[in-house]
Design a protein around this ligand. Structure first.
Ligand code: VG1
Ligand code: CO
Length: 541
């Protein structure tokens, strides 16, 4: 077997976004495109000789091909051991788990998460570091810088390895080990939540549906929920990972998980419903006849985590991304623990978790996680919910209502304007930033602006500053609107408008009614229709 050096030219567009490099499949299929980016990652690991690298993805179209390419480049660049999930599969949280457990230098995770897959769908490549978490900004910047000057990549000339047989094979100077993608992850879950109590809950007749959305969590959910916890066969639906997710959009929200929503709001609603996304790091929680907003889910898990064995000692602190509602802060205040507010994207939680400053964290975009790995973890959140339901012996919808009764309710919605022309979206944000200073004191639609800024984050652990992370406008009436542009889209720009309003005593009003003044104020302040030509969002979650 020989190592070949291949001359190449830089691509100008390999800048990682909120969560790695995400592009349309045809972009990744350009000759050398994948190779350049993987070599750039490798070049940013000067201490790689003799180390272990973890490789796996969510099974989407191109997954197997890019796994093979990544293995061959890694084998040509000095790593001694390459761990790859069988079939090229590893959910994002499982990849994080395997990196940590194996002492690897990091991992290459192939996914475009909740974006659709297939020949015209999306693909993505992300690098996670030693702690199992997404590479922080300085590292992604270094990778991007490297892509701009790359002149060659090194690759082993060899046949593709058999990804479907467990065990070791040689590839160049490296050993490739094909691992069971579920085993380490399932073992970790057994240490965190009370499997005995959850199994007893299922034995008592408790029924749930878990929709794996034809994405990577199917094998994980079948093994853990059905085999280990004894949930009836068929509890997990759409359990087989498909390269195009069956043509669906593997985004666990009420819009894209419409079947699950219909079941949970219909006459035969089981006791609990859940779904996960393309790469298994997001979760959706639905109680009978009640969708649990991710911001509330984070707060409810924080309030009950001590009931699970992994968190018996209580929480060191909690963190949420800035656009996530303040529900978790209210729980932290009552528990007397610190609450942190970070920019959007899981990479910002890594330092807080590593330093032991927080135990739980989450985002409004259906991401919840803890210090057990360094990614958000969809199935873990579902298991922690099951643990709290087993421990409190309270129906899921009642748990939510009890929470509101104790803390008040943060009504919440996110309006996405997708595939807006980039220049129009940037124009809107620019104009908004220019008006910020004049906003405090202004009355719009019955609300009065209390404060307005462009969120900047100073990492309390390493002091690094990340500026321009979204415009937030706070109203005196305990309401808030946040504007930012997505960093994961692949076509044009996506404007995200996050709307929330707190009420201590109105707990059962329709969300749209409670948020109507905030929606009106958002439009009045930002001129969404005027800038984008859109009068309605494309997705409301
Ligand atoms: C979105 C979400 C963000 C999440 C990111 C990755 O980013 O808003 O909260 O961390 O996706 O999630 P953006 O920049 O498009 O708003 V996933 O499930 O891709 O790993
Ligand atoms: Co995801």
């Amino acid at each position: 077997m020989t190592v070949k050096a291949v001359a190449t030219q830089p691509f100008p567009d390999q800048k990682p976004g909120t969560s790695g490099l995400r592009k349309k499949v045809p972009v990744f299929r350009q000759p050398h495109y994948v190779e350049n980016f993987v070599q750039a990652i490798v070049d940013c690991l000067p201490d790689r000789a003799g180390t272990t690298l973890v490789i796996g993805g969510d099974g989407r179209f191109l997954n197997r091909e890019v796994v093979q390419t990544t293995l061959k480049i890694a084998a040509a660049n000095g790593f001694s051991r390459l761990l790859v999930g069988r079939g090229g599969l590893l959910s994002t949280p499982a990849a994080s788990c395997v990196i940590r457990k194996s002492g690897a230098i990091g991992g290459v995770v192939l996914s475009a998460s909740h974006n659709p897959g297939g020949p015209d769908g999306d693909f993505g490549i992300k690098f996670n570091g030693r702690n199992g978490g997404p590479a922080p900004e300085p590292v992604t910047e270094a990778i991007f810088a490297r892509t701009k000057v790359i002149t060659e990549y090194r690759i082993v000339e060899a046949d593709d390895i058999d990804l479907d047989t467990l065990g070791d094979v040689r590839l160049g100077e490296a050993t490739v080990t094909v691992i069971d993608p579920v085993a380490d992850y399932a073992a970790l879950m057994e240490t965190l939540v009370d499997f005995g109590a959850i199994a007893a809950l299922f034995r008592s007749g408790f029924r749930m549906r878990f929709d794996a959305m034809s994405a990577v969590t199917g094998p994980y959910a079948v093994e853990i929920l059905e085999r280990r916890l004894g949930a009836p066969a068929g509890t997990v639906v759409n359990a087989e990972p498909l390269p195009d997710f069956g043509g669906h959009h593997p985004d666990p929200n009420p819009v894209h998980a419409a079947d699950l929503m219909a079941l949970m709001t219909g006459p035969d609603a089981p006791d609990f419903g859940a779904a996960s996304d393309g790469d298994g790091d997001r979760n959706m929680i639905v109680a009978p006849h009640l969708f649990v907003t991710p911001s509330d889910s984070l707060a409810i898990l924080a309030a009950h985590a001590h009931l699970a064995p992994g968190y018996h000692g209580g929480l060191a602190g909690v963190a949420r991304s800035m656009p996530t509602s303040r529900a978790a802060d209210r729980v932290a205040a009552r528990l007397g623990i610190p609450a942190f507010e970070t920019p959007t994207g899981w990479k910002f939680f890594g330092n807080l978790l590593d330093a032991g400053r927080i135990t739980l964290c989450g985002e409004e975009s259906a991401g919840t996680g803890s210090n057990h790995v360094r990614e958000k973890d969809g199935l873990w959140a579902v298991l922690l919910w099951l643990n709290l339901l087993a421990a409190t012996k309270t129906p899921a919808d009642q748990v939510v209502r009890d929470h509101w009764a104790t803390y008040g309710r943060d009504y919440y919605a996110r309006h996405d304007y997708e595939e807006v022309e980039s220049a129009a979206a940037e124009g809107l944000m620019r104009a908004l930033r220019e008006t910020l200073a004049g906003l405090p004191g202004r009355s719009v639609g019955g609300l009065t602006v209390e404060a307005a800024d462009d969120f900047a984050y100073t990492d309390p652990v390493d002091g690094s500053v990340t500026a321009r992370q979204g415009v937030r406008i706070l109203f005196r009436e305990d309401a808030r609107v946040v504007f930012r542009l997505s960093g994961t889209g692949t076509v044009g720009a996506t404007l995200r408008v996050y709307l929330e309003r707190f009420s201590k005593d109105r707990l059962d009003a329709p969300t749209a009614e409670m948020l109507a003044p905030v929606v009106a104020a958002a439009e009045a302040i930002a001129g969404i229709a005027q800038h984008t030509g859109r009068t309605e969002p494309s997705v409301v979650t």
